[in-house]
Unconditional design. Structure first.
Length: 134
């Protein structure tokens, strides 16, 4: 079985763009998590920023790995693109819920669960696709 992944394929480009957007978000949190003081009103507690940063690290690393593997399975482009967009949107909602609290907790919880389920789905899709290798 030969798998060809091209950089001009819409699914590959969507994965790369959304991965980069998530990196930018993570990089924006990094200096805030390292600061000993945080401007009141936006991040009232430095521990909240640190927890948000750690949550992002724990959730983004599996997504980046599984997302790259998922692209190799040649899923339907509209499904893959939708999954990448939903994951990125969900993680943005989660970080807004952690950081500034403009998002009701029920939406933050839903977004957290959604991002987890998307990563699980892609993982199982990869395992099923490459099941002959087991």
């Amino acid at each position: 079985m030969t798998i060809t992944i091209t950089l001009d394929h819409p699914l590959t480009q969507t994965y790369m763009v959304h991965s980069a957007l998530l990196v930018v978000k993570l990089l924006a949190l990094s200096p805030m998590a390292a600061m000993t003081w945080v401007r009141k009103g936006i991040f009232p507690n430095p521990d909240i920023v640190r927890r948000a940063y750690l949550s992002e690290l724990k959730n983004l690393a599996p997504f980046w790995l599984v997302g790259a593997l998922y692209v190799t399975t040649r899923p339907p482009p509209d499904v893959g693109i939708s999954l990448f967009r939903m994951f990125t949107s969900a993680r943005m909602i989660v970080i807004l819920g952690y950081a500034t609290r403009p998002v009701p907790p029920v939406f933050t919880d839903f977004a957290l669960i959604l991002s987890y389920l998307i990563t699980c789905y892609m993982s199982m899709y990869v395992v099923y696709y490459y099941r002959d290798a087991i």
